[in-house]
Ligand binder design. Structure first.
Ligand SMILES: [Zn+2]
Length: 641
C-alpha cells in the first residue's frame, strides 16, 4: 500500500505558529498468500451482489455455501487484509446477517464478535444474507483507508474492495467462488478478476479461492478505460472522474513510459502477465472525510488508487507515477519474496512478519530510485526526495527497532509508527544500497539482492522470517550484517550523512518546489492566524512567495479568501470549511489563473495572477565539488548502474 496523502489539516490549537500543515505521507501494501492445501471441498461458494436495488446506501449480498458435513462452522468477514497492516474489522460494515436453511426457513446464527457468526447446524444451511454498507460515508468509514474501502453511488459508481463485502467459512478459505454481480446497465466492470460471462445486467466472475476475491477489486463506472500491451505485459487503466475532467486516454502515455522504465529497471525480475490500475478520483468532500488521506493498495495483478478529482493533470500524472510504480514494485516484494506469515495469511488471527523494512521500504525506495535510474527525474529531485524522507522520518520514533515494530505493527506503540515504513524504511534500503555498492566496487546493490531472493523463493515458496537477514548477509558482506544489527534489528539511529558522504553528497542550499501556492517555504504558509484588536482571528500575510508577490499581495494584508470564496470565521469549528477553500490549491498547475481577496487599510482588493513555479530555498543535499573519484564513481553506480 502507499499513503501518498497530500494532507491539509488543522492542528489542535489555532494559536500554534503553523496551523496548517501539508503533509506528504504514505501508505501501505501487501501481498497475500498463495495456498494450495485442503482441496477436499470441490464445490463453489456462490456469492451474489445486487448493485441495482440499492436501498439506503446498502447493498444486498447472498452467500450460498456448498454442502457442509461438519457440526458447526463460523462465517467470517476479515479482521485484517494483506497490505494494510492494521485491524480493519470489516464485519463492522455488514448488518442484518441472517442464515436460512435449504427450504428458506430462518436458522439460528450466533454472533461471536464483530467479524464472525457461528452457524450451529451447517448441514442444513442454505444461504447467508446480509446488507453491506460502504466505507466512504457514515460514522466509521473514514477508519478504512479509502483505497481499501468501498464506495456506493447508485447508478454512478461502485468501488468494490470485496474484503468488506464477501466473507468466508471456517476451513474453506481455499474453496473456489462464483461471484454474480447484478449491475446497472450504464456501468461497466473493470477488474483483473477472471470473468466467466458478462452482460448489461449480470457479470459472473470466477475466483479460485477466497484470496482471489479480496485480491481483485472491481470498479463499476461509466466506461473510461484504456488497455494496451507493453512487451509481454497487458496494462489496463480505468478512471472514475466525477467531473469527467480526467480521461484514461490522456494518462496512457505517462503510464506507458513509467512501466517501460520499471521493466527496464527490474529486467528479468518481473514476469507479471497483466496489470490493471483502478483509479477512483474522489471529490473534495470525500478527501476531507478521510482527513486528507489518499493512496493506493497493491494486489498481485492490479492496484486500487484513490486520489482527488480536483488535481490538475500534471499533479495527477506525477502522483500516479509515484504511487502506481510503488504498487507495481510490490510484484517483486512481497509477491515474489515473502515470509510464511504472508504466504499463509490469516484474515482473522494475523501473525505479522518482521520485514516491513523490505515489503514497504524496498518497494518505496525502488519507486524513487527507478525514476532517476531511468531518467524520469533528475538528480536534485532524487536528493530532495531522500532528504524529504529524512525529515519526515523525524516525526516517528527513530530508536524503535524496525523488526520489532514490524512484528507488532497492528498494536501500539508500533501502529503509530507505521508511516515510517515509507520514510525510514526507504532510507534503510538506500543505505544498504550504498553500502553494498561500496563493498562490491559498484557492481551490486540492493536490487541485485532482491533479484536473487526472488529467484530463490518466488510466488510459491516463502522464506523463514527468522532466517532472512542472515541469508542476505551471507550473500553480501559482514558490514551489511552490522548495519542490520545496529539499525534495523537494533535501536541506533542511522547517521545518513555518513552514507551520503560515501557517494560525494553533502548538505548545502537547494531549491524545492512549493507544495502549493499558499506556502512560502517548505513548511510554512504565507499567512498565519492572528487575533485582531477585539481578539477575533484573521489570516495575516506574514511572508510572500514570488507568485503572490507578483500579484501584488503585500505583507500585512489580511487574507479574506481565495478564488472569490471568503473564509468563514476562523475557528476550529470552521476548519473543514477553511480547508475546503485551501485544499484545492494542492492540485493547481503552473498555468492556472487564480485570485485572492485581501483587505488592506480598510479596503477590500481582489488580486489575480498565475500560479507559476514558485520555489523555496532550503537546506538539502548537494553534490560535493571536492568529492574524490571513488565517491563520484560510487554515486554513478548507485544511481545509474
Ligand atoms: Zn506499499
Amino acid at each position: 500500500m502507499e499513503f501518498h496523502s497530500s494532507k491539509l489539516y488543522f492542528m489542535k490549537s489555532l494559536f500554534t505558529k503553523t496551523i496548517l500543515t501539508l503533509v506528504t505521507a504514505t501508505l501501505v501494501v501487501s501481498c497475500a498468500a498463495l495456498r494450495t492445501t485442503n482441496k477436499f471441498i470441490s464445490n463453489d461458494v456462490q456469492a451474489t451482489i445486487d448493485l441495482v436495488n440499492i436501498e439506503d446506501d446498502k447493498v444486498q449480498i447472498t452467500i450460498t455455501p456448498p454442502a457442509m458435513d461438519v457440526k458447526s462452522t463460523v462465517f467470517y468477514l476479515p479482521q485484517i487484509v494483506p497490505g494494510t497492516y492494521e485491524y480493519s474489522n470489516f464485519g463492522r460494515f455488514v448488518e442484518n446477517v441472517q442464515a436460512f436453511d435449504k427450504k428458506g426457513n430462518p436458522m439460528e446464527l450466533i454472533s461471536l464478535d464483530v467479524n464472525s457468526w457461528e452457524i450451529v447446524n451447517p448441514k442444513k444451511l442454505g444461504k447467508i444474507t446480509y446488507l453491506a454498507n460502504d466505507t466512504f460515508d457514515g460514522p466509521i468509514g473514514q477508519e478504512i483507508y479509502p483505497m481499501g474501502g468501498t464506495d456506493f453511488q447508485a447508478d454512478e459508481l461502485y468501488l468494490l474492495n470485496l474484503h468488506s463485502m464477501i466473507g468466508y467459512f471456517e476451513g474453506m478459505k481455499e474453496s473456489s467462488y462464483k461471484l454474480r454481480i447484478s449491475s446497472p446497465k450504464n456501468l461497466k466492470a473493470f477488474t483483473s478478476l477472471p470473468t466467466l460471462s458478462t452482460s448489461d445486467s449480470l457479470d459472473v466472475f470466477d475466483a479460485q479461492r477466497y484470496f482471489h476475491i479480496i485480491d481483485n477489486p472491481i470498479l463499476y463506472s461509466k466506461p473510461n478505460a484504456v488497455s494496451f500491451d507493453l512487451d509481454e505485459i497487458k496494462v489496463g487503466l480505468a478512471i472514475y472522474s466525477p467531473s469527467g475532467t480526467h480521461q484514461a486516454k490522456a494518462y496512457q502515455p505517462a503510464i506507458e513510459e513509467m512501466m517501460k522504465a520499471q521493466k527496464a529497471f527490474l529486467g528479468d525480475a518481473n514476469d507479471t502477465p497483466s496489470y490493471d490500475i483502478l483509479l477512483h478520483l474522489m471529490d473534495i468532500d470525500a478527501l476531507q472525510y478521510f482527513g486528507g488521506m489518499m493512496g493506493a493498495l497493491e494486489h498481485h495483478t492490479s492496484t486500487t488508487v484513490v486520489f482527488v478529482d480536483a488535481m490538475g493533470a500534471g499533479e495527477l500524472t506525477q502522483s500516479l507515477i509515484d504511487v502506481v510504480s510503488h504498487e507495481f514494485f510490490h510484484t517483486l516484494t512481497p509477491l515474489n519474496v515473502h515470509s510464511e506469515e504472508i504466504h499463509n495469511f490469516e484474515y482473522n488471527r494475523p501473525l505479522m512478519s518482521k520485514h516491513l523494512w523490505m515489503y514497504e521500504g524496498t518497494t518505496e525506495y525502488f519507486a524513487n530510485l527507478f525514476q532517476i535510474n531511468q531518467g524520469l527525474i533528475d538528480a536534485p529531485d532524487f536528493y530532495n526526495r531522500m532528504m524529504d524522507k529524512v525529515s519526515q522520518a523525524q516525526r516517528f520514533d527513530d530508536t524503535m527497532s524496525f523488526t520489532q515494530m514490524s512484528a507488532g505493527i497492528v498494536d501500539e506503540p508500533y501502529q503509530a509508527n507505521y508511516g515510517n515504513v515509507y520514510q525510514k524504511g526507504a532510507l534503510i534500503n538506500m543505505c544498504l544500497d550504498i553500502l553494498i555498492r561500496e563493498k562490491s566496487g559498484g557492481e551490486r546493490g540492493i536490487l541485485w539482492v532482491m533479484k536473487n531472493l526472488a529467484q530463490k523463493y518466488g510466488k510459491e515458496k516463502p522464506f523463514k522470517d527468522e532466517a532472512l537477514i542472515e541469508e542476505i548477509v551471507a550473500m553480501t558482506y559482514p558490514e551489511v550484517g552490522t548495519f542490520f544489527t545496529d539499525h534495523v534489528i537494533g535501536t541506533t539511529p542511522i547517521n545518513y550523512d555518513e552514507y551520503f558522504a560515501k557517494a560525494g553528497l553533502i548538505n548545502g542550499d537547494t531549491e524545492v518546489p512549493l507544495r502549493s501556492i499558499i506556502f512560502t517555504d517548505n513548511t510554512q504558509l504565507f499567512f498565519s492566524p492572528q487575533p485582531d484588536a477585539t481578539g477575533k482571528l484573521q489570516f495575516v500575510v506574514n511572508a510572500l512567495n514570488p507568485s503572490v508577490e507578483a500579484m501584488g499581495v503585500q505583507i500585512g494584508d489580511i487574507l479574506l479568501g481565495l478564488e472569490g470564496e471568503l473564509f468563514p470565521e476562523i475557528s476550529q469549528d470552521n476548519s473543514g470549511k477553511i480547508n475546503a477553500i485551501l485544499t484545492p490549491t494542492i492540485g493547481w498547475e503552473a498555468d492556472k489563473e487564480f485570485s485572492v481577496t485581501v483587505k488592506r487599510e480598510g479596503e477590500t482588493l481582489t488580486l489575480s495572477g498565475k500560479v507559476g513555479n514558485p520555489k523555496a530555498l532550503t537546506k538539502g543535499l548537494v553534490e560535493n565539488p571536492e568529492a574524490d573519484a571513488d565517491a563520484i564513481k560510487l554515486r554513478q553506480n548507485w544511481l545509474f548502474n
